[in-house]
Design a protein. Sequence first.
Lengths: 512, 323
Amino acid sequence: MGEMFDNLGAGFAAFADPTYLVLAVVGVVLGTLVGVLPGIGPIGAMSVLLGMTTQLGPAGSLILFAGIYFGSTYGGSTTSILLNVPGEASSVVTALDGHQLTKRGRAGPALTIAAVSSFVAGTMAIVGLMLFAPWLSEVAVELGPPEYLALCVAGLVLLAALSTGSTAKSVVMICAGLAVGTVGIDPAAGDLRFTMGSSTLAEGFSFIALIMGVFGVAEALTVAGRRWRPEPVRAPKLRELLPSRRESREAAPAALRGSVIGFLLGLVPGPAAVLSTFTSYVAERKLAKRPETFGKGAVQGVAGPEAANNAAAGAAFVPLLALGIPFAPTMALVLAALLLNGIVPGPTFVNDQPELFWTVIAAMYIANLMLLVLNLPLVGLFTRLLSVPPQALMPFVIGLCVVGVYAESNSMFDVVVMLVAGLLGFLLRRSGFGMAPFVLAVVLQPTLEVSLRQTLAYSAGDPGYVLGRPVTVVILGLVLLVVVVAAWRAVFAQRSRTAHLPNETPGARLRR
Amino acid sequence: MTTRPVPRRVALCSVVAAGALVVAACGGPPGGGTFPTRDVQVIVPYPAGSSIDTTTRALVEVVNDQNELGRRVQVVNREGGAGSVGTTAVLNANADGHTVGIVPDGPLTLIPHTEEVSYDPETVTVLGEVTTSPIMFVVPASSPYQGIEDLVAAAKANPESITMGDGPLNYAIPAEKFEQLTGTRFRHVKFDGDQATTTALLGDNLDVGVMQLAGAVAQLESGKLRALGIATAESVELAPDIRTFTDQGVDLEWEAYNVVVAPPDLPDDVRTKLSDVFSAAIQSPEFTAAATDLGLVVSGADGETAKKRLTDKAAEAADLLAP
């Protein structure tokens, strides 16, 4: 324990370097901005900045990305509450009661409750990450190829089964991602695959170019094509921010429960941040003394989900840092930033790179604190941004993408790949195909393929080998269970045709 | 910020500005004059953070400190294709000395036997040898095998059941040669480099790993892994306790080399200048210290010796890789 505090102290000491502090500020401000602006989200912002990560170094990029990630969950709730326009998918649930509070003139307290709940949950998640990641790393060394195979399968299948939108389309995008990932050198034997004699393709498609294309460029095109009208916003004044004693009393336990729900769900593959908000909302409604207030401005309905999505955001770092497997698209981008810096997270990461790990933990504490301090007073400023026509910003986004991807590898081919991926991504999104499954598949493909081939080599053709690995059997069993339950519920929902969960709130289909 | 229609001009300007930046980055300065007329690029065919990258960066730092060229030397990572992508980039560059590479021997000696490559390993200009890294067989500390003899006996008792982690040709070939020499068969599982092999060994998911000394040195020192044998003629100074294969009755010698290469037909004066600059840096005490920390043996062999070794290794590999 003492050692842990020494390590954490060393992590904070790294922030004596003003560059890191500046990066943390830039990260949280940028994250809040993209969280506030509907249309462009944390994934878009990270993918645009991916080209800069080699210049920033591993610690710098992690600090920046963590800031963006946490900032966007804060910013997303602001527009949910004030305008009933969720900036992010994970803030959809917040809009239900948050906007009702605004209508009743309690916008200030709702914003404060959302921010404080996020802060509490964020802090709890970091403590969890601090305790959990090193422990999981020790355990994870024992995991062999079959377990990694099972985890990759779980990540992809659960994303497809649990995301909103068409499961079939998600599956198509996952297959496309896996197929694109096979181009280039074979990771095991060194054969060239699908390169059509081109030495440029021998390196495979650069995943930075692909990610920046389907998220950065495609997102910019989508936003530019959307009709825009300014929203009349009235931001609450500073003195209106304090919640009443009763509101605080009701919100506090909800935030704590939400933190726990969010953290636990965040450790599991799948779209954890979004799921955790729904889970927390349902749980709060069940536990409430006056469930009839839900949907009419219950503070628990803001505190719980807001805490949950922040805790899930923090927890998502655990599998990434301890196993090297990203379970969410945002984490896939964090992984990309690390890989670009030559750092491969995995079971040996926390031991091999303790300075980096603890600097990141310290960065998360600092980001959370900054968000609390920055957000409440600056709510007015951030909401005023909504009156900037997004079309004006998008050329800059595309320009940044072009410069970023070129700077990364000095290759015009990558720029072309990015633009083509961007155009295809734009067209596919219009037809309802999500890009998150595609990107996660591209990033997971090498791990999936290598662990599959290693598993096959170990088993020498004997299926009993996999059955003899209990961890693998448990993971695959759970995946099967989730798929069956999801399928059963889909059939059930189609029969009864009753939407008992608020799936179709105004903003539910906004992003994705 | 007021509400007004989309400002097209702003949009256009930003795109033009971004385009201009790209064009500026593409345009190279004109040639001419005596070498070097601009900064020299050193291409490394593996990603930043890999052992050859760290080695190269340590070497380049010395080259820049000694400043014999009068221009900076910059490291560029071009990974992929088990090193063949970066090697292709070096050998197909202009033969003016402004592009050189520090590459492992695999793309020159081994890959041309199994893959089609767009360069001729015979005509490569070899400027010198940087480091050598012997191949070893490594087991977890808890392994029942204490030496090569134990391993051979166990493998003979249960053919194709002991798992052996290899992967790149520089590991797969000595593994195969070992099997030929001892009349054993192992169950081969391919791992993507020393880090993955180490993790598998530590997690007891692998019986024997084929690795370089540089990749295993940290875990050997901590006592979590144990080396059964090292494929050198004599025990190496860095790890004197590890017995050689020859010592244990198996005539196996195999080393990976990192060499400085340049495109074919480099002008003589440029070649001499680059050779001198890199040799001086390789033999500097600063570089020796950095390489030793990494578990690499500094070689310092000159271009001709290095090229001969590569040709010999390629010939030996050709025999082993022949179907």
